[in-house]
Unconditional design. Structure first.
Length: 128
């Protein structure tokens, strides 16, 4: 093999490796961050408007008549957070779930998040 052909082959491999690494980092960067509820509540600015994932037990579930949303609370042992679910199933009290969604609040007063909740995008039921 010529030196030029070897050099071209090495550069091609480097390019493919670099593209693969960039793609992998983009996929990891878009994945939901798994976090403890206590950490989310203590530092909501770090997670606000970002994809988060929490795993815990449903402590309560309810809906408001004529409103297309359902609500439930999840407790992971470190704290409890409200989840806002659109259409689809909502878990019942006692179910073990992993919820993925966006962290949002209704307002911020004096640096404190009011109405902190997760807007559900995905729900997985876990077995005990």
């Amino acid at each position: 093999m010529e030196a030029g052909a070897i050099l071209e082959s090495v550069q091609s491999m480097k390019t493919r490796l670099l593209l693969s690494l960039l793609l992998a980092s983009a996929v990891v960067g878009c994945a939901a961050r798994s976090a403890r509820i206590a950490e989310i509540k203590q530092n909501p600015g770090r997670y606000e408007d970002r994809a988060v994932s929490v795993t815990g037990y449903v402590t309560s579930a309810w809906n408001v008549p004529l409103v297309p949303y359902k609500f439930y609370k999840v407790d992971d042992g470190s704290g409890e957070i409200t989840v806002l679910a659109g259409s689809g199933r909502t878990p019942t009290k006692g179910a073990r779930v992993t919820v993925k969604g966006r962290l949002e609040d209704i307002a911020t007063l004096g640096g404190n998040a009011i109405g902190l909740h997760i807007r559900q995008t995905d729900l997985d039921f876990k077995s005990y």
